[in-house]
Each structure stands twice: as structure tokens, then as C-alpha cells.
Design a protein around this ligand. Structure first.
Ligand SMILES: Cc1cc2nc3c(=O)[nH]c(=O)nc-3n(C[C@H](O)[C@H](O)[C@H](O)COP(=O)(O)O)c2cc1C
Length: 425
């Protein structure tokens, strides 16, 4: 068992003993903005390549309260704290000059950080070929999340990161491209080149492009300035250690099978731009065909260089014509009405866990903690999008009673519960 994971479990007693008071005076900003000296390109909705980027994590809703307003994005995020930043290299795409860019979510634009000059990030990632198209780099600005969730926030940085990788997959599907996530690279070297100063760190990359017959470019060797991304900051040693301790990849196995997605593209595009988390479910049943469709999407392969096993446990509460009970990776394993228990396990969020048509828990054992956790986030994003496509609600559940879920599912105590997700109306 990963010691960080062990240390950051919730239990019935821990959430009562460690009441979490928020210091609103240090609430971090959720936006990183590079100075005006970096050339910007506004993303225009009529330019397909711009929409491709915007759909991944752009602003899709505004919430207003007396005296304040805030924005929600195409990707969900624990507590709407949005700890991740998205960078990308683009090569040979008409809409952008070849370069390394940062996606400025607040302004719906991209900032050019470095113009390519027969160099590129391919060598830094250990790739053997030059890539025409996009190479995304995903980071976490952990204080945005640790401000609220303290030590447990590293889990949310990885889950939210996985959701963004799922968005890259979904946006790529709309332009008939597969994407391949990539975790085994020298992240610390790139952190230094991007001037992150231990406040932000790279967690993953994703390739959406095709190999070029031209020779490999030179390795990227840049020195970007540090750019403030939170407004306030408090270091969290538990998270910094967890990040560094989980960098080394231990015996990897790649997955090279692409996911087969069958969404209607016009409906799916709309679905990406309108997705929201449901806040309250009302015990409505869903049809078996809907359940089967959603689970078929979720069980598709996830292409990456470090593919980790993530077991999908489903507690069926109310799916018409399906036996109630627990299913593991699609196989029925135990009969019973566990709806109330599912609500309890979701840290007593009964309005979601109990009222859902089905409640999912994702579990794993891997030593490649970052890759395994992000895969759980990708599965979570597929659940969100496939459900919303059928007009069924979904909510991620980052807060659950870790050990009690393990006991309930009858797992060995080494098993890590990575994520909960509720689906229903
Ligand atoms: C990793 C993760 C964990 C979450 N955990 C919870 C949760 O425990 N309870 C809850 O009500 N919502 C949870 N959410 C939903 C977020 O609150 C929601 O995504 C965020 O407020 C943004 O709203 P939106 O998804 O409608 O855009 C979670 C979302 C994610 C991605």
C-alpha cells in the first residue's frame, strides 16, 4: 500500500476529529496568466483547431451570487478548485505557429511560451519519433486544492488531471484522432525548465498526432520564468514528498488498443460543452440499455505507456430489469439492496450515493500511483460524458470512507479505493 494513500484515508472518526476550517483570506486563484510579453492567440469558436483546445478545459458556465461570480469549465473538478494547468506543443497545424503554448482558461486564449526552432519536447518525453500534431503536458498547482483538502489534495490533483486527460480523449474523438497518454518521462527536468519552483509539477502528457518521417528534433532546452498561479501559497510537505516518491515508474506495461467510441459527433460536442455535476438525485431508475451503453464506454481500453489495472465496482441501486447488488468489472458478484450503504460510504452524501441509479467505486493495487490514479480520473470522465450524453446525471465523489469501502466490497486491506462516482437522476 502506498504510504501517502494510507495517510490520507477518510474514516467516520477522522472527518469528525479533524474538522476542516477554511481560511478564506488565503483562497487561491484558479487561473494562471502569463505576462503580456508572451504573444497570445484568442481561441475562436469558428476555427476547428481552436475549438479542439477550448473543449478540453474552457469556461462553459457562469455562476452569479450577489457580489460575486465564478466560472465553471468543461471539465469537473473536486470543489471547483481546478488545480491543473494545460500546456501543449503543436507542430504542423495551420491554426497555430509551431510552438509550446499555455492554455489561459480565464481569457479563452493561448500564450506562446516558446517558438519551436528544430527543437521539441519529443526527446524529453523519450519518444522515438517527431510528432506532427499536439503533445499535451498537464501539471498540478497543488495549493489550489490543498488550501481546502489539505494532505488528501494530491489525490484530487491526480483525479482532476485524469478528468482532463479524459477530456483530451473526448475532444480528439471529435476530430477522428486517438490520443495516447504518456507518464514515463523526466518530469523534474521539465518542471525546472518551466520555472515551477516546487509549487507546480508535471503529472502527465498526452499525444494527439502522427509520427513524422523527418528526423527527431533536438531536445527542448528552455528556461521559462516563474509565473505566479495562486495569489497565495503555503507549502505542503506531505504532497511534495508524495509527488517525488511516486515519480519513478515501476515495471510498466503499455496499452496500444484505442478506445472504440460510438457517440454521435454533433450530440457529443454539445454534451462536452454542457456537462455539469448533478447536485441532488431523486431515486429515478434508468433503463438497462442506458446502463449497458455507459458501461461499454467505461470499459474501453485507455491507451498509455503505463497502463494500470483499475477495477470497476458497481453497486446497482435501481436499473430496470437488472438484479440489485454488486458487480465487479461487469460480472455480478453479490445480490442485495445496498443503496443506503452506498450513500453512507460516500461520506454520508445520501442525496447522491443512495439516490443514484448506480454508484461506482474504483480500486487498484499498483505501485505506479500517479498513472493508476489518473486512469481512475479518466474512467470518471467517461462516466460523466457517457451519462450526460443520455441526459443522465453524474457526480464524482472524492470523499468516501476508504477502509469501510474495502470491507464492504470484501477486498484485501492492501487494495486502495481511488474514487467514487454516482450516476442517476
Ligand atoms: C475528483 C472529484 C471529486 C468530487 N467530489 C465530489 C463530492 O464528494 N461531492 C460532490 O457533491 N461533488 C463532488 N465533485 C463534483 C464537483 O464539486 C464539481 O465538479 C465542481 O463543483 C464543478 O462543477 P461542474 O462539475 O458542474 O462543472 C467532485 C468532482 C471531482 C472531479
Amino acid at each position: 500500500m502506498n504510504s501517502y494513500h494510507d495517510k490520507t484515508k477518510h474514516s467516520y472518526y477522522s472527518v469528525r476529529e479533524n474538522a476542516n476550517y477554511l481560511d478564506w483570506s488565503t483562497q487561491p486563484s484558479t487561473y494562471k496568466i502569463y505576462p503580456d510579453s508572451f504573444k497570445r492567440t484568442k481561441l475562436e469558436s469558428e476555427v476547428p483547431e481552436h475549438s479542439f483546445i477550448y473543449r478540453i478545459g474552457g469556461i462553459s458556465a457562469k455562476k452569479s451570487y450577489p457580489g460575486s461570480e465564478y466560472f465553471l469549465r468543461t471539465n469537473p473538478s473536486a470543489g471547483a478548485l481546478f488545480p491543473n494547468e494545460l500546456y501543449f506543443q503543436v507542430r504542423g497545424v495551420d491554426a497555430f505557429a509551431d510552438g509550446i503554448y499555455h492554455f489561459d482558461v480565464l481569457h479563452g486564449s493561448v500564450a506562446l511560451l516558446h517558438a519551436l526552432d528544430d527543437d521539441g519536447v519529443e526527446v524529453n518525453l523519450g519518444l522515438k519519433q517527431r510528432i506532427n500534431g499536439y503533445i499535451f503536458l498537464l501539471s498540478a498547482v497543488y495549493f489550489r486544492s490543498s488550501w481546502k483538502y489539505r494532505d488528501r489534495a494530491f489525490r484530487y490533483c491526480l483525479l482532476d488531471g485524469g478528468h482532463l486527460l479524459g477530456q483530451i480523449e473526448a475532444s480528439s474523438f471529435l476530430k477522428d484522432f486517438a490520443c495516447r497518454h504518456h507518464y514515463d518521462f523526466d518530469k523534474e527536468a521539465l518542471n525546472a525548465m518551466f520555472g515551477f519552483q516546487e509549487k507546480e509539477f508535471f503529472i502527465a502528457s498526452s499525444i494527439v498526432g502522427i509520427p513524422s518521417p523527418k528526423p527527431l528534433p533536438k531536445a527542448l532546452d528552455i528556461a521559462l520564468p516563474y509565473v505566479e498561479a495562486t495569489g497565495s501559497f503555503a507549502a505542503n510537505e506531505v504532497i511534495v514528498s508524495a509527488y517525488h516518491d511516486s515519480l519513478k515508474i515501476v515495471s510498466k506495461k503499455a496499452c496500444t488498443r484505442p478506445a472504440k467510441l460510438t457517440f454521435r459527433k454533433d450530440v457529443f460536442e454539445e454534451c462536452m460543452m454542457t456537462r455539469r455535476s448533478i447536485r441532488q438525485m431523486h431515486k429515478e431508475g434508468i433503463k438497462k440499455e442506458a446502463f449497458t451503453f455507459i458501461m461499454d464506454v467505461v470499459h474501453q481500453a485507455v491507451m498509455s505507456d503505463v497502463d494500470e489495472e483499475v477495477d470497476i465496482y458497481v453497486i446497482v441501486n435501481r436499473v430496470i430489469d437488472m438484479p440489485l447488488g454488486i458487480y465487479k468489472n461487469g460480472q455480478f458478484i453479490q445480490y442485495g439492496d445496498f443503496a443506503r450503504k452506498a450513500g453512507y460510504l460516500c461520506l454520508e452524501q445520501y442525496h447522491l450515493g443512495e439516490n443514484a441509479a448506480f454508484t461506482v467505486f474504483l480500486a487498484g493495487h499498483s505501485d505506479n500511483y500517479q498513472a493508476m490514479y489518473m486512469k481512475a480520473g479518466i474512467v470518471g470522465e467517461r462516466l460523466y460524458l457517457a451519462s450526460h450524453y443520455l441526459q443522465i446525471g453524474c457526480s464524482g465523489i472524492g470523499a468516501y470512507y476508504d477502509d469501510e469501502v474495502v470491507d464492504f466490497l470484501g477486498l484485501d486491506e492492501e487494495t486502495m479505493i481511488l474514487y467514487g462516482i454516482c450516476v442517476g437522476n
